[in-house]
Each structure stands twice: as structure tokens, then as C-alpha cells.
Write a new protein. Sequence first.
Length: 159
Amino acid sequence: MHEISIKITINEKNYEKSILPNTLLIDFLREELGLTGTHVGCDTSQCGACMVLHNNEALKACSILVAQLNNQEITTIEHLQKDNKLHPMQNAFRNNHGLQCGFCTPGMIMSAISLINENNSPTEEEIRKHLEGNLCRCTGYQNIVKSIEEGAKDMREKG
Ligand code: FES
Ligand code: FES
């Protein structure tokens, strides 16, 4: 298979790379760029551990080829922290024990931020519905929902 050249912006950094056309975004992030905060939890596109942001919406990085994102922009969990301060949604997960093993957490946080980007004051029911694409084996979801409620409030207050 011949390599192709792509341009992609990840976390506000521009990359120009030669890749195999069948390279998944998740493999590119983890193996080519060393951005291992985005996790792989399944091979069936069901767990959501691999979620990143694309145009402010959550995207499963295991389900898209880098070639499909030529000249586009992606944000990963590594880029949420600013000036050594956690993003309000990260803080809210910490404050509310929204994680146990933490494996699902990067995907949960990216998914939560995408929800708040479209609806900055979601109800509990809307949060639970939105999380249908994210699986957690540890927490029972209650504290994740609480975390997202607090994260939404902080994001509203901090603009
Ligand atoms: S790794 Fe499970 S949905 Fe992407
Ligand atoms: S905290 Fe362990 S899978 Fe969610």
C-alpha cells in the first residue's frame, strides 16, 4: 500500500505526515504522536474511551481514518488543561469522584464537553441520554452524571 500525505491540526499544532491510507485516527494519535490520553477500550466502536473533539463535537477516534480528516482539526484530552489548570470538566470529575480506574474518563470528559457545547444546561436525563455512547465498568454512572452537572455549571460561569 502506498503512503499518502496529509495535513492535520492536533491540539492547535499543525502536522504534515505521510501515512498509510488505512491509518485510524486513534493509532495516529497514540503511536505516531504519542498522545496516549485517548484510550482504546473495544474493537466494536461501542465504548467511547477514544473520544476526541472535532468541530466541538465528540468523535470516536477508532472509527475514522486520518485521511478523512485532511486539513481538519482535532482536540484531545491533553489539550484541555490551560496554564497548569485543569479544565472545569476535569475538575468536576475530580471533585465528584466521577472516576475509579479512570480508563473511560478521557472519553467521558470529551463527550461531556461536546454535550455542553450544544446544550450548556442539560438535565440529568439529557446527560444520561448523551452518555449512551460511553461505557464505564466501574462507577455506576451516578457520580459521572453529578460531575457533568457541576462541570456544566462551571463552564457556564467561566464562559
Ligand atoms: S475504542 Fe471503543 S469506541 Fe473507540
Ligand atoms: S472509571 Fe473505570 S471504566 Fe470508568
